[in-house]
Design a protein around this ligand. Sequence first.
Ligand SMILES: *Cc1c(COP(=O)(O)O)cnc(C)c1O
Length: 396
Amino acid sequence: MAPHPYTTDSLLYITDRPDLIFMEGQGSWLIDHRGKRYLDVVQGWAVNCLGHCHPAMIRALDGQARKLINPSPAFYNEPMLRLAHLLTDHSCFDRVFFANSGAEANEGAVKLARRWGSRHKGGGYEIITFDGSFHGRTLATMSASGKPGWDTLYAPQVPGFPKAVFNDIASVERLIGPNTVAVMIEPVQGEGGVNVATPEFMRELRHLTLAHKLLLIVDEVQSGCGRTGRLFAYEHAEIEPDLMTLGKGIGGGVPLAALLCRAEFDCFNPGDQGGTYNGNPLITAVGCAVFDELLRPDFLEQVAQRATELRAGLLKLAAEFNFPGERGSGLLRALVLNQDIGPQIVTHARELEPRGLLVNSPRPHLLRFMPALNITADEVCDMVELLRAAICKALS
Ligand SMILES: *Cc1c(COP(=O)(O)O)cnc(C)c1O
């Protein structure tokens, strides 16, 4: 491979990265330092819901940058108010707090639940979360996460996050005690390997939390904003949660996240919660542009259509290679492999010539697909062909 002219050793080492530099992106395609093109179904980890460098986002960034970048979080600004209204008008929630990352939005949800617990649940603070869940990389959200190994990493953990079994209502009920204040769940566990909560389980959770006067918090950082073919994944179960967090797709690639709640849970005291960049107009203007695209007529139907095609393509590959199958919701899907060759397939896919494929393997026996929501039918076909070639190489 042609070397690139950059040295990388001044970055703190946190993960192994392939030795190439991405220079440009357009829609579902990324271009590296040699001009090689890659079909990208990682999209910044389910972040770029409109693909790379969408014109509506560029217009919003450029237009807002010329007007006002940051008046301070202590003042209102126009895009912040407009985006808050877009979110409350199209969900069951009434209030929005903007943040810069999914983890920060989830920290806000934990704080709001604890604040509500101190007022209305006799000081209750425990939030039941799930095995295999992922809520972020701050100390509290790592403790809330059920990722194997994270129960001891950076000890001591933040207490108050007992873990239940996903899709098992009895396991949740058993954990409810005098200090319980909430249950927090991803409607689709993304990092955990694309595990979908059944609509029945979501409804059982809603009944159980109402019966015990507990908050139901949905972490839709990955499943929200059109990813599953509905604006928010909780809609599939026809329930109304109490709190929701958004991240990733809400900014389409820029750092934006949000905590939403119904009016009765709007209980922070002034000064309890905030942040330097929260709700700044440069980023919320992009959020408005992204949301406007999601609301276009037919946008979500097209997501569902592409999801059907992607599912059919993955099932065909599964049949061809004798893999157990595929699973997921909308354009968040996984191909289940019959051996731990996920990482090898990822490497072979990237190294295909003349065009590569960027795909992710969150578990060694699993590949995850989180393409741009506006990926075309042709690109879905291309993806299946490239993936077939990569699987053949990994198996040979
Ligand atoms: C990615 C993710 C987070 C963390 O978001 P960051 O922006 O990386 O902090 C939290 N919850 C879920 C479900 C996620 O997928």
